[in-house]
Structure formats: structure tokens, C-alpha cells
Design a protein around this ligand. Structure first.
Ligand SMILES: Cc1cc2nc3c(=O)[nH]c(=O)nc-3n(C[C@H](O)[C@H](O)[C@H](O)COP(=O)(O)OP(=O)(O)OC[C@H]3O[C@@H](n4cnc5c(N)ncnc54)[C@H](O)[C@@H]3O)c2cc1C
Length: 378
């Protein structure tokens, strides 16, 4: 695919930024389970937090291909930092598409500038893949709702200023923006997550939190079908490109390692079976990138197939990233099982990519519908 000058510019700037300002900290972020404030500031000041949000509200307004390329570069450097982009963008995109004029004016300028972070709070202890099973309840008041429930695994919940929370009001799903400083809201950090360990996950408890009526996004009853699904579509796009970034990182690590490492008289790279692994990794990365480009191009023109093709891209790229990262650990031998090399981190982060924004199995079920519709043939 031929990139425009603008797209190449975004990619190259993100590559330089990520390799200079994020990659050197990736192991520290993983081991200490914290993304330093300096990284958040750098992401904000370089315009990456609001890059895909509308220019009208102060975002970068960049096209999907450019955004994908930026996400790939940041994802290659550190999946935890990529996950900040993912959640902030997906929740803010739902506000852009489904929020009203007052909500735009109230929240978008700071979200687009990255001055405030918004997290996506759907999952609960008893509701993951089956989002409609959420138990958080909203009770109506004259001026809003009283919300009670527990949200779990909330990426960057430890530092988010706002939460896009999903609850049931009389069995109808509603989406509500909840301020971190609301009375009755408590944030408990989640520690020792397997992958994207620096993504500062939290459990968010709401105990009779008063949420003004003006904080409801979208109509009552459409909180999941419209608002959450809109956000998740953006999240999948980001995770798909982040997964190609992981694959690129694995490939770079293996090219470097197999050239240097010797066993007996030979460098690893001269063994046929090692070369086969490298070939498979290269092809997997290139194929995943192609699927991601296709979804970006469909998004660019507003093609109705974009949602399913984005789901396809996420399913394919996350699965390929797990296989590639597994091979990358394998090619590093015992060194691959240590923190001296990045490949174990890549494998853990790829595994998370296969779970978030819809697991493999959920995609395997839903994408079959698309196969029956056959619009992909057009
Ligand atoms: C690092 C990390 C970050 C996260 N960040 C967020 C966040 O910011 N916001 C948020 O709301 N959530 C977040 N999550 C939660 C994530 O969205 C859920 O983990 C995911 O939706 C899966 O839900 P679950 O963990 O409850 O697994 P379950 O739904 O219990 O699934 C367990 C297994 O059963 C399979 N399964 C479930 N249902 C079906 C079915 N119908 N058919 C076939 N197989 C099925 C699944 O594929 C999986 O293999 C995060 C999770 C992780 C690990």
C-alpha cells in the first residue's frame, strides 16, 4: 500500500518518539507496573492522546491509516502505553459520536488535548463477554441517577479523571460519564496482571454515586448496543494495530538475536529451521498489517463493512501476535524466558490482546455471521 506524505510523516514521527521516549522505559513500566507521569505528559504534548479525535475540539483529526500506523509504533514500544491510547480514544470517540452538544463542550476540549483521561468501565466481576449481564444498577432521581455496582479490570482506572460507566436502569442499559471525584466512588488498583502490566488497572466501586442526568450518553436502552459497541469498535481497531506492533518488535528482536547468537560453529540465523521461524513471523506480520490497512481504508470512507472488518483485523492480528511472540520466545531459548530480552513481555502483552475488546471465541462466533452475509466479496 502506498502511503501519503502525511501518513508517512505521522508514522515516522511516532517511530522516533516511541523509540526515544517509550521503548527505553518499557521494561521498567512492565516490572514496576506503573506508566510514569512523564510518559503521559509526553504522549499528551506530542498529540497522541487526542490524535484521532476531531480537530474541531482540539484533537489531531488524523485519518485511520495514520492513526493505525501511530498505534503500531507505540504498540511496538510498549503495549501498556498503547492501551492508554486505546481506552482514552475509544471512550472519547463514543462521546464524539453519541454525546450531545453540551457534553461535547463540557468534555471534548480537555479529552482531545489529553488534559483529562477517560476510562471505559464495562466489565464486572460477573460480566465480561456477556456485557448485557452487568449488575451495576442506576436508580432514577428527578435530576439524574444513583449508581451502584463494581467495575473490574478498568485500564488506567488508577489515574482516569472520568469513567464511561455502563449500568442498568430498569433492565435497560444506560451509559453514564462519572467523575472520579464523585462521592461514593472508590478506585482500588489491580496488581500483578499477566500482560500490559503498566496499564494501571483498577477496580472501580460505585456506592450510590449521584450522576447528573446531563451525564447520560445516548438514549436509555442503547447504552450497550450503541455506546459500548461504538467504543469497542474503536478499541478493536487500536488493539489490532497494537498487535502488529508487537509482531514487528518480535521480528526485530529475533533478527538481532539470531544474528549474534552462536551455537557451535554456526550463528542461529544460519539454521534452516530458525530461518523458517523468521519467515513465518515476517509473513504473519505482513498479512496482519494488510488486514489492518484494509479495515483502516474502509473506515476512512465510512464503508458499512468497516465494523466487521475491524473485528476481523483484531481477531487475526491478536492471534498472529500470540503465535509470533511464542516463536520469538522459543528462538531466544532460555534467554527468552527472562526479563533480559523483550520477547517474554511481548508474549504476555499479545495474550492480553487476545482477551480484550472481545475474546477470540467471541470473535469466532460473531465473525461467522459475516461469512454468511458475504459482503466482504464486494
Ligand atoms: C489487561 C486487561 C485490561 C482490560 N481493560 C478493560 C477496560 O478498560 N474496561 C473494561 O470494561 N474491561 C476491561 N478488561 C476486561 C475484558 O474486557 C474482559 O476480560 C473480556 O471481555 C473477557 O471477559 P472475562 O474476563 O470475564 O472472561 P469470560 O467472559 O468469563 O470468558 C472466559 C472464557 O470463556 C469464553 N467464552 C465466554 N463466553 C463465550 C461464548 N459466548 N462463546 C464461546 N466462548 C465464550 C471466553 O472466550 C474466554 O475464553 C480488561 C481485561 C484485561 C485482561
Amino acid at each position: 500500500m502506498r502511503l501519503t506524505d502525511a501518513q508517512t510523516g505521522w508514522r515516522d514521527r511516532a517511530r522516533q518518539f516511541a523509540s526515544e521516549q517509550i521503548a527505553p522505559l518499557a521494561d521498567q513500566i512492565d516490572q514496576q507496573q506503573i506508566t510514569p507521569a512523564s510518559v503521559l505528559v509526553a504522549m499528551r504534548e506530542n498529540g497522541y492522546l487526542g490524535a484521532a479525535l476531531p480537530a474541531r475540539w482540539g484533537g489531531g483529526g488524523i485519518d485511520p491509516v495514520s492513526y493505525g500506523l501511530v498505534t503500531e509504533e507505540i504498540g511496538k514500544a510498549c503495549s501498556s502505553v498503547r492501551s492508554l491510547m486505546t481506552v482514552h480514544n475509544m471512550a472519547a470517540q463514543a462521546l464524539v459520536a453519541l454525546g450531545d452538544r453540551d457534553q461535547h463542550q463540557r468534555w471534548l476540549p480537555e479529552l482531545c488535548a489529553g488534559k483529562k483521561i477517560i476510562a471505559f468501565a464495562l466489565s464486572e466481576p460477573n460480566a465480561g463477554s456477556a456485557a448485557h449481564a452487568i449488575e451495576t444498577q442506576a436508580v432514577k432521581l428527578s435530576d439524574g441517577y444513583l449508581v451502584s455496582g463494581t467495575k473490574k479490570w478498568i485500564t488506567f482506572g488508577q489515574i482516569a479523571d472520568l469513567f464511561l460507566v455502563f449500568a442498568h436502569y430498569e433492565r435497560k442499559p444506560v451509559a453514564l460519564v462519572v467523575d472520579r471525584h464523585s462521592d461514593g466512588l472508590t478506585v482500588t488498583p489491580a496488581k500483578d496482571i499477566f500482560g500490559t502490566r503498566g496499564s494501571m488497572l483498577a477496580e472501580v466501586r460505585l456506592d450510590n454515586v449521584h450522576v447528573p442526568r446531563s451525564h447520560q450518553v445516548g438514549p436509555t436502552g442503547m447504552g450497550i448496543s450503541f455506546v459500548a459497541n461504538w467504543a469497542l469498535d474503536h478499541g478493536r481497531f487500536s488493539v489490532a494495530w497494537g498487535s502488529t506492533g508487537i509482531m514487528q518488535g518480535c521480528l526485530d528482536a529475533c533478527v538481532s538475536y539470531t544474528q549474534q547468537r552462536r551455537q557451535g560453529d554456526h550463528r542461529l540465523k544460519d539454521h534452516q529451521l530458525v530461518r523458517r521461524h523468521l519467515t513465518d513471523m515476517l509473513v504473519a506480520h505482513t498479512a496482519a498489517q494488510a488486514v489492518c490497512y484494509r479495515s483502516a481504508c474502509l473506515r476512512e470512507v465510512g464503508d458499512p463493512r468497516a465494523v466487521m472488518e475491524t473485528a476481523m483485523a483484531k481477531y487475526h492480528a491478536a492471534g498472529a501476535a500470540i503465535r509470533v511472540a511464542t516463536d520469538a520466545v522459543h528462538l531466544h531459548g532460555a534467554n527468552g524466558c527472562t526479563t533480559d530480552y523483550p520477547v517474554a513481555r511481548y508474549l504476555r502483552d499479545a495474550t492480553v490482546a487476545g482477551i480484550i475488546e472481545g475474546t477470540h471465541e467471541i470473535h469466532q462466533v460473531t465473525l461467522a455471521d459475516y461469512a454468511f452475509q458475504r459482503p466482504y466479496l464486494r
